[in-house]
Design a protein around this ligand. Structure first.
Ligand SMILES: O=P(O)(O)O[C@H]1O[C@H](CO)[C@@H](O)[C@H]1O
Length: 291
């Protein structure tokens, strides 16, 4: 009798599958972008600024999973930002949608196969650091992969070395020069007061954290909590991309027992929409500095 889980081929897309999806995406445009952007919940305002747009819906790409969350529309956008070719993901995949972890970040492998070298990731997150406030932006300097630490790392499964190494060092995942440049851009725009740099912790979701849990997350050393980004950043590094991430603090978690405040997804979307124009302006300036 075959051992349980002996068929590792069921975990992950093959290199050829990813190449086929990338070819499908590339058919739609003559642009060959090197910058990829993943838009977080309600943070796809940046897509409005993309010129010469071509939209490729995820469901038109054979084998590509679809986004199911409000605030994630589910398509790639090819175009130019400040004259630079970019590929945006308007809509990401989350573990809590029911996708296995290896599927959550497969679009990053497709992006790599398309030619993306620099990956810019945004997300909406809850603030754990008491010095933060709603509406702040946190440049991610490091992350805590809580699912990964508990056995749900995005790189679990058969490894094809054409994607990257079996064992990956994840310290230094977030590119120092890009972090510094983004901070400078934001400061030059007169918004130094809302920009922070900190540690993002990923939880599986879809539950927002309990009071006891947020205390643990803070004790772990995290400054913001969310349900995404880490698998994408890890796969980005695995694919030798330069990775940059920024969190919009859409709510401040409450450490008090018996607190009446309960965050909702609509609260998250509301703050994301309030900050959409500003984030768009920041990214327009930022991309100018990316080679
Ligand atoms: O991380 P993004 O996709 O920005 O979304 C964040 O917002 C949603 C919760 O409101 C969760 O999906 C959380 O991860």
């Amino acid at each position: 009798m075959a051992a349980i889980n002996s068929d590792l081929s069921v975990i992950g897309y093959t290199f050829e599958d990813i190449q086929a999806m990338a070819s499908e995406v590339l058919k739609h445009s003559t642009l060959r972008p090197k910058i990829g952007i993943i838009c977080g919940t309600g943070l796809d305002g940046i897509a409005e600024a993309v010129e010469n747009q071509t939209v490729v819906s995820y469901d038109s790409i054979p084998g590509f999973p679809v986004s199911t969350v409000k605030g994630h529309s589910g398509h790639f956008v090819f175009g130019t930002l400040q004259g630079k070719a970019v590929l945006l993901m308007r809509g990401r995949l989350h573990y809590y949608e029911g996708y296995p972890m290896w599927k959550v970040a497969m679009p990053v492998r497709v992006m790599k196969a398309v030619g993306i070298e620099t990956l810019l990731v945004t997300n909406a997150a809850g603030g754990l650091n008491p010095d933060y406030k709603t509406g702040d932006l946190m440049v991610i300097k490091d992350h805590i992969d809580l699912p990964g630490l508990t056995g749900e790392c995005v790189l679990i499964g058969k490894n094809d070395e054409r994607f990257g190494p079996r064992f990956l060092a994840t310290n230094g995942t977030y590119d120092k020069d890009l972090r510094q440049k983004f901070m400078e851009v934001v400061a030059e725009m007169g918004h130094a007061d809302i920009i922070k740099e900190g540690v993002y912790i990923m939880i599986g979701g879809p539950t927002f954290s309990s009071t006891a849990e947020v205390r643990v997350l803070r004790m772990f050393g995290a400054d913001a909590v969310g349900m995404s980004t880490v698998p994408e950043a890890v796969v980005g590094r695995h694919s030798s991309m330069r990775v940059f991430g920024v969190s919009l603090i859409t709510d401040m978690v409450d450490f008090e027992d018996g607190s009446q405040f309960q965050v909702t997804h609509d609260d998250v979307l509301k703050v994301a929409h309030q900050r959409a124009q500003l984030m768009k302006k920041m990214f327009l300036k930022f991309v100018q500095f990316i080679d």
